[in-house]
Design a protein around this ligand. Structure first.
Ligand code: LLP
Length: 419
């Protein structure tokens, strides 16, 4: 459920006509519904009622300060993968003891930053990383709380680019090596074992892979206990999918039920790292039709948003519904909706059946709240789009559109050019 609905012929975000925002802000822009964000977070969190849990929203899905602040105010924690995300999280007011840090390639300066900040735990993804964290913690006179990210070798049945829990993926440590890792961790001076972690992939639309991963992790916890290594936190990662087209992923309560049933009589504290399921359907990308063009074999709708604004169609052939901001009675066409970027892979939709549009019409690209703006770039020197949030009948620009000046920020001519 989301709050982008038509009243008569006009698309509204909550109580604001989308067209009014476009007139004031210009296009393209990302548009988020406060009510949807709020509701999605609470529904997800409440699905785990009965368990001690911390919902660490996965920052990578959408790192805007306003969005982070909202989840912080709702009692959420944060899942980060870089020093930059740590900075953003702290800046938005997250308490360090609600932050968990994953990622296969943590740099020394990032590890030091997290140690100095005092985060809840590192999700460690290799034995070398474990030893490095120990060394840095020693130098900084800290104790480093860690979980090992276990690769449970479960097929998440999702797009190969976003599956992470298979043996062939670079993420985590296989179960057998993880046991060795815990033995090492237990002996390292500056490491404190607190948890176990997994994340098997993203946009998962079946319950089965999660249940399999949970089973594998519980087996491991059992083995570790026998070895005298106690685990306090169980982190199930993120990955719950959403409806982009006709997928029917488990609802949060369906996803949560087996986890709640399995953990309600244990002392384990649960951590979750949802991203897409919270923000995905809370955001749309509003773009303007620049031109219509009839090619020899294709109809083209050329928009002012392209792969620089939204990478997902190009990168994963991902489907995003595209709706007119003002409904029309035009004939149906089958067209490619393409951006202004000089690449043939610059499309928002291919062979899409849609009502015909003309210059100046506004389109809404749906379900882009997750991995939309955060994956955008300045390719072709296109300034990054603005971001806007609506609450009720109010809207606010939560990120201003980049200017041309921003594009050359930090660049300089070397003195040896001698010009
Ligand atoms: N935790 C970890 C360790 C992760 O790597 C991820 C996502 C999440 C949590 C959140 O997963 P979610 O609940 O959003 O599925 N760019 C891709 C998605 C990449 C996901 C990377 N990791 C896309 O646009 O579909």
């Amino acid at each position: 459920m989301h709050h982008f609905i038509y009243r008569d012929k006009n698309m509204y975000c909550e109580d604001v006509p989308v067209q009014n925002i476009a007139e004031e802000v210009g296009t393209p822009f990302y548009l988020y519904s406060y009510a949807t964000l709020n509701r999605h977070f609470l529904i997800f969190d409440e699905a785990f009622n009965g368990l001690t849990r911390l919902v660490c929203y996965s920052a990578k899905a959408n790192t805007n300060q306003a969005i982070l602040k909202l989840f912080e105010s709702l009692g959420g924690g944060l899942d980060i993968v870089s020093g930059g995300e740590l900075y953003r999280g702290l800046h938005a007011g997250f308490s360090p003891d609600r932050i968990v840090y994953s990622g296969v390639g943590k740099r020394i300066d990032e590890i030091d930053y997290a140690l100095e900040t005092g985060i809840l735990m590192f999700n460690v993804e290799s034995i070398e990383e474990l030893r490095l964290i120990d060394e840095r913690a020693g130098l900084l006179n800290r104790r480093a709380p860690i979980a090992i990210r276990v690769n449970p070798d479960v097929d998440p049945k999702t797009h190969p680019y976003i599956s992470t829990g298979l043996e062939k993926n670079k993420f985590g440590i296989d179960a057998q090596t993880a046991i060795e890792g815990y033995k090492i961790a237990n002996e390292l001076q500056n490491i404190e074992v607190v948890g176990i972690d997994c994340h098997i992939g993203s946009q998962i639309t079946e319950a089965e892979p999660f249940n399999e991963a949970l089973g594998n992790l519980k087996d491991l916890i059992h083995k570790l206990e026998k070895m005298g290594i106690g685990i306090e936190y169980l982190n199930m990662g993120g990955g719950l999918g959403i409806t982009y087209d006709d997928e029917s992923p488990p609802q949060p309560h369906e996803y949560a039920k087996p986890i709640v049933d399995s953990l309600k009589n244990s002392k384990l504290q649960l951590i979750l790292e949802p991203g897409r399921v919270i923000v995905g359907n809370a955001g749309v990308l509003i773009t303007k039709v620049l031109f219509r063009k009839s090619g020899k074999v294709k109809e083209f709708v050329i928009t002012d948003a392209g792969m620089n604004d939204l990478m997902r169609p190009t990168l994963y052939k991902a489907f995003h519904d595209i709706k007119p901001v003002v409904k029309n009675e035009n004939r149906q066409i089958v067209a490619d909706v393409v951006g202004p970027i000089c690449e043939s892979s610059d499309f928002l939709a291919v062979d899409r059946r849609m009502p015909d549009v003309e210059r100046g019409d506004l389109l809404a690209v749906m379900s882009v709240g997750a991995y939309g703006f955060t994956m955008s770039s300045n390719y072709n020197s296109r300034p990054k789009a603005a971001e806007v949030m609506v609450k009720g009948d109010q809207f606010h620009v939560i990120k201003t559109r980049q200017s041309y000046k921003d594009l050359v920020e930090g660049e300089s001519i070397p003195p040896f050019f001698d010009v």
